[in-house]
Design a protein around this ligand. Sequence first.
Ligand SMILES: C[S@@+](CC[C@H](N)C(=O)[O-])C[C@H]1O[C@@H](n2cnc3c(N)ncnc32)[C@H](O)[C@@H]1O
Length: 253
Amino acid sequence: MSETKSSVLESEVEKFTIYASKWWESKKKTKFLLQTIEEVRIPLVKSGLTDAGLIKEANQDKSNMFEGIKILDVGSGGGRMAEPLAIMGADVTGVDPTKEMVDVAKEHLKTHENLKIDYICDTIENYSVNNKEKFDAVTIFDVTQHVKDVHQLLKASVDCLKPGGRVFITTWNKTFIAWFFLIFLFEWLLGIFPRGAHDFKYFISPDKISGYLEEFNCKTVEVKGFWYNLWNKKWSFTWYTGVFYTMQAIKEA
Ligand SMILES: C[S@@+](CC[C@H](N)C(=O)[O-])C[C@H]1O[C@@H](n2cnc3c(N)ncnc32)[C@H](O)[C@@H]1O
């Protein structure tokens, strides 16, 4: 197996090693952030896979509608996203270089029966070189703000995608308002994240990601913001992409 230059920031792996054991803890303070899985990420993937014609017609209203779809979850962490995707029927491969995170994900998987998830402890750059398997979709959820080279991470991720396949991304924009909410408010004032968990230097705009994806033959088809409504306590999509955003792109043939 060859070792490839990677986008991994050792300092981030050290942080995730410390956070790993608490990954599945449902704290009151962070519960609203976990709601993004149900209220933002799953609807995003569902709409993209439906547009791509990958969800079989007979399965459209079924709880296992992702059956037969192969998804690569890049930076799968403790499996918080890989599991719901697999519960919906997908055949998931999760790749993450933080060993403690992968151990937590594997342990948590034991709480389910028959979910099709394969967790691999590696960087996406190594994985893309050493594995020839191609996927229908690649999910990169809250990973780009934790790597030193998004260009490299995206290249490796897209290399694992079939032509016509979809890339789904969620991350945070590089704006003053994103810094204000995510670092000043969430880390320093409210303690929602541990202090120092994020570095503004690695935040990135949707235009930059879109430009990189274009280099790798992927056309961005959607960029949407999402926001938490304090009245109904739910996340919803919005036109405003200045803080949290999702992206969807198609790999052209
Ligand atoms: C904030 S966590 C996100 C975990 C998961 N996607 C979620 O949303 O729950 C970021 C993860 O990206 C992983 N990561 C960092 N660099 C990576 C790389 N080059 N390839 C794959 N994963 C990487 C880290 O180890 C960490 O577990």
